[in-house]
Ligand binder design. Structure first.
Ligand code: PHB
Length: 393
């Protein structure tokens, strides 16, 4: 068979045209960068918590080669100052101005509730890497809202069980008067009173105040068997030091949800020694997974990781699971949800699953402070699931 030169030329041109068409179609399908909006506290009493979350998140993205579901990650950052009154404006900087694909934030429960509302209204994917506000995976739950951390109810409930089992009868609680404090105490009270204990007094002060003196005097006068508390970050450092300085540590044992002594031990020094807390992480898990995570974190950031770093890391893991199911499309909330509720997240804290309401179902450890570590004592509550009150999903 002979083919004329003109036919050959025509075929060549057709091949070229087809190649050009195919590559332009591929370009149209290749999603652009994945815009990740980090809304975290970078100033104030929770500043170090925000940094740890960002560090953990970036650590996993780096392990993935800087890409999630084939999309290169680009970061947008807002300092939310843990200020609920600025939260709606702040989250809209990320949603409307920067048009992020996903929101990661935040630490403070009041700020997180404003983020959840904005995420629900705009349909933007949200992963909460700390704030425990029960409503986020309760009454406000939504198919595009997830949490990689805990609900405030969870560590409180775990500690209440432990304290009731120890035979403690009369407890005074003390915390900041806002969602996280109120809900931690409520979770604590639920299991503690079920186990036969009584909360004789509930003390509080506004967030982020640290003038504890008057309240410590009230604790001394009430003479309870023990104290249960929720404080975190800079406030937790000051509370533990003031409690010891007031001479109460020897006479009235102090217990807390684990934030009391997480990421704070260097600053608390000996005043934290011996304290028992409950949390979904500990410094001495000594598993292959956690050891590898801790080594990389310490080398990269010249810091020891804490629960906040783990929650940031796991937010990135959850995002990857969700987006791998949608080929990188962050708007397909139903598909992301379906993938996450059947996943097991291989966390440094130990494997966890995600409830229908999108909150981790996880083990809570009883820990005791010693030699600047939160050492695991036992499992206080295995596979503890938040009751997700008011969530209809
Ligand atoms: C919260 O506001 O939900 C919160 C803040 C700091 C913590 C834990 C919970 O360490």
């Amino acid at each position: 068979m002979t083919i004329s030169l003109t036919t050959l030329a025509r075929r060549g041109a057709q091949v070229l045209a087809l190649t050009a068409l195919a590559s332009s179609m591929a370009a149209a399908q290749t999603p652009g960068k994945l815009k990740v909006g980090l809304m975290l506290p970078y100033t104030g009493t929770f500043a170090s918590l925000g940094t740890a979350i960002e560090n953990g998140f970036r650590q996993h993205v780096t392990e993935l080669g800087g890409k999630i579901a084939g999309r290169e990650v680009e970061y947008f950052k807002v300092d939310d100052e843990s200020d609920p009154s600025k939260a709606t404006d702040n989250v809209n900087k990320l949603i409307k101005r920067d048009q992020v694909d996903v929101l990661i934030g935040t630490v403070h429960s009041g700020v997180a509730m404003a983020m959840a509302k904005a995420a629900k209204e705009s349909g933007t994917l949200l992963i909460v890497p700390n704030a425990g506000a029960d409503a986020v995976t309760g009454a406000m739950c939504a198919k595009n809202i997830f949490r990689s951390s805990f609900s405030n109810w969870q560590p409180g409930y775990a500690m209440g069980e432990v304290m009731a089992k120890k035979g403690i009868k009369k407890v005074v609680t003390i915390t900041w008067k806002y969602a996280a404090g109120d809900e931690s105490v409520r979770g604590f009270k639920e299991s503690f009173e079920k186990g036969g204990g009584t909360v004789v007094k509930e003390l509080s002060l506004p967030f982020p105040n640290v003038e504890f003196q008057g309240l410590l005097t009230e604790i001394a006068a009430a003479k309870p068997d023990a104290v249960f508390t929720f404080f975190a970050g800079g406030g937790a450092v000051k509370f533990v030091k003031d409690y010891a300085a007031a001479g109460l540590k020897k006479s009235i044992p102090l217990y807390g949800s684990g934030f009391l002594t997480d990421g704070t031990l260097d600053a608390q020094g000996a005043d934290a020694d011996g304290l028992f807390t409950a949390l979904h992480y500990a410094d001495s898990l000594d598993t292959k997974r956690d050891n590898a995570f801790r080594l990389t974190y310490a080398k990269t950031y010249k810091l020891q990781p804490d629960v906040y770093a783990v929650q940031g890391y796991d937010a990135a893991q959850m995002l990857a699971v969700g987006l791998n199911a949608t080929k990188g499309d962050a708007s397909k909330a139903a598909e992301i949800s379906a993938a996450l509720v059947k996943a097991t997240i291989d966390s440094p804290r130990g494997p966890f699953t995600i409830s229908k309401a999108h909150n981790p179902v996880q083990d809570f450890y009883l820990r005791q402070v010693g030699a600047k570590e939160n050492k695991k004592v036992s499992i206080a509550s295995a596979k503890l699931e938040d009751p997700a009150r008011g969530c209809k999903l």
